[in-house]
Design a protein around this ligand. Sequence first.
Ligand SMILES: NC(=O)c1ccc[n+]([C@@H]2O[C@H](COP(=O)([O-])OP(=O)(O)OC[C@H]3O[C@@H](n4cnc5c(N)ncnc54)[C@H](OP(=O)(O)O)[C@@H]3O)[C@@H](O)[C@H]2O)c1
Length: 274
Amino acid sequence: MRQIYPVQGPELQVVPKAGLGALPAAVSELARLYRGDGQSHQRGWLQANMVASVDGAASLGGRSGGLSGPGDRMVFTVLRSLADVILVGAGTVRAERYRPAQGAELWQQLRPPGAPLPAIAVVTARLDVDPAGQLLTGAATGAQTIVVTTADAPPDRKAAIARHARIVEAGQGQVDVSAAVAALHGLGYSRILCEGGPGLLGQLAQAGLIDELCLTTSPVFASGPAGRIVRSGSGQVTGPPAGATAAGATTARLSLAHLLTDEDYLFSRYRSAT
Ligand SMILES: NC(=O)c1ccc[n+]([C@@H]2O[C@H](COP(=O)([O-])OP(=O)(O)OC[C@H]3O[C@@H](n4cnc5c(N)ncnc54)[C@H](OP(=O)(O)O)[C@@H]3O)[C@@H](O)[C@H]2O)c1
């Protein structure tokens, strides 16, 4: 892997899996690149990490794994290692069979001393999450899974989930993503990593909450029916957002912070221009 913008960097050895022992120099350098300059809002800093095919597909066969590769897994691991909390939509949790972050799968040396593992925060209105499943019951100490839902979500499911997970209520009918991000920040999570999916990302984009998009472009034509990494026009954001165009679409200008390449993959980091 090598940085090619804004400057040519040295060759970085790809280490797709975290390990024990000394931090590899390439991982340390990647963390420096993806940590950014530490700029933060009052609501924290929201980084999204996604992978897409060159023709814009966000999945192959209903999952994103087929688009990934060793370099993407390295970026994924480094971003998780830097995060305080991992925000994800319930559709992705179900499709990708999410479980709590594991210490052995992260570069713990990148975390502040004594910091817990990043908690998973799932956004769901229906609460269609297994209350006895690994995601809710298997979290490490200090990294209890968070379920972000609405005040009017099914009370029986809410009670079952609350036995293991922390419930955060934000909005009625649908989760108000601005309130959700504010609530996470209020719980002390200032570095929020959103791993999708497209439905949740669309709302975050419409609400102007994405500070950075880390995008892996996978060197394949996916064709087929797969959607893009951001799906908007869901009607879940009230009021016309700034920059709204016809049919609920929103344009937001981004600036390229860096570009890396490895084995025909591109790894870009875009920052919100606002
Ligand atoms: N390429 C990538 O990097 C990448 C990353 C992630 C996912 N994916 C792919 O994306 C696909 C899943 O897409 P998706 O759009 O369904 O995923 P999603 O955004 O993760 O999930 C959508 C679901 O999240 C919940 N949700 C989202 N916003 C909400 C809100 N404001 N209020 C309440 N609930 C809300 C709802 O869950 P409930 O139905 O439970 O209420 C909704 O059905 C999968 O194929 C996955 O593999 C790709």
